[in-house]
Design a protein around this ligand. Sequence first.
Ligand code: 13P
Length: 252
Amino acid sequence: MRTRFVVGNWKMNLLRGEALELIEALKSVDAVSHEHVSVVVCPPFTALSTLTEHGLQGIELGAQNCHVSQKGAFTGEVSAEMLRDVGCSYVIVGHSERRRDQHETDAEIGRKALHALQFGLRPIICVGEQLEERQSGMTHEVLHRQISEIIEAAGADVVSKSVIAYEPVWAIGTGLAATTEQAQDAHAAIRAHLDQHAVTHRVPLLYGGSVTAANAAGLFSCPDVDGALVGGASLKAMEFAQIVHAARDSTR
Ligand code: 13P
């Protein structure tokens, strides 16, 4: 039985008190890991140690970014070792908002994944095409290029131990999720490409972009969709719980 992942990316939201309230609400509606379903939340850096000290019971912790170096003169940056130290098990790398705003490249994202794994964090590597790229029929080509460059920088071994999130940029925060056909098609293309690069281990592939309680079950029914990376809906306990429960149902 393959494991499903439901990962909440809280982005730049919630003060510590609000983060604690959300965690308590998630526990009260059973939005926690079960056999075959891993539940992860990725709060802002400022809430990480508060949540670890409070106790997460069945919810794993991830960060939203890390630097490529262990330590040094990198003002404003946070290393994978520091994230491990505050209780993280995962780190998102290469989110499209960082590609857009911090001009992160695939090579840099690959180096971050390598660094994260060296310090015991499992990378969640984000890829995905822009709207114009999809409209001009370039989706597979873009995914192919992103993954090739990440593998070149990180190595096939690192990618085989990571999680990959397919997040079409046009679906993020728009309410316009990919259809199950579009998600399955992109995931199958990613899987075929990983196979070509000798990534033999079955890498979990998550879909992200306007995932809601209403569309989660359909997405989880796709043979190559192993879970979801959830933005807006991860800030609402009941809705996130419904997504977690849909993941659980899909394993039965
Ligand atoms: P939304 O679920 O808000 O579209 O965000 C998706 C995302 O960017 C998760 O990383």
